[in-house]
Design a protein around this ligand. Sequence first.
Ligand SMILES: C[S@@+](CC[C@H](N)C(=O)[O-])C[C@H]1O[C@@H](n2cnc3c(N)ncnc32)[C@H](O)[C@@H]1O
Length: 219
Amino acid sequence: VSSDQASTAKGTIRDFHLAYYESEVWRQTFWLGVRVQKCPLDLWIYQEVLFELRPDVIVETGTCAGGSAYYLASLCDAIGSGRIITIDIKPPRRPPQHDRITYLTGSSVDREIAAAVRKSIGPDDSVMVILDSAHSDRHVLEEMRTYGPLVTQGSYLIVEDTNLGDNPVPFVDPGPMGAVQKFLAHDDAFEVDRSREKFLLTFNPSGFLRRVRPDAPER
Ligand SMILES: C[S@@+](CC[C@H](N)C(=O)[O-])C[C@H]1O[C@@H](n2cnc3c(N)ncnc32)[C@H](O)[C@@H]1O
């Protein structure tokens, strides 16, 4: 592929990404009738990751209607293991009822909420974390520092919506991508896993962070 072709492809992907995002179809995307604010290509990546890793616990910040938690719970049913702890400052009006889902109400960065999450995770549980609540870089960085340490080796800290902040979607501040950059500057326990961006369109560029080392260095 020539460099001209590569840059044309990049431009095409960017244009499609903006067209897709601006259509707001991601607000009209449903899993078994429940709204899930994600791109289906990313949902497919979740399916691949869950099947490969079979995490015992998935912590999600940002429940909204509960569609993403419900989707994850359905995948856990298909795989035969796993449970979801999902946190929102504002609980869903009609939360999908599922044995594998625990709903927590409060801010994801509230100490009591974080303590409740930690308490419900067993010492041998493998853990994956998905951050999808407020999208300011400050808030996401705080979430990364709160929940990143829970992620077990080989598993993922997924930072949603790193496409905000001109990547390529405009936003008011550096957004989740800014948080990822600040976090990685001080933490070498995680690496960006670009292989999870294989479908070319992802709402989470540089947002699939894999724990490659057991412990973050002292700050
Ligand atoms: C983008 S939506 C989550 C979408 C959902 N994960 C999905 O895929 O369908 C963001 C949610 O974060 C919640 N939220 C905002 N600030 C929060 C905070 N500090 N702690 C927890 N949730 C928060 C909002 O109430 C909203 O429901």
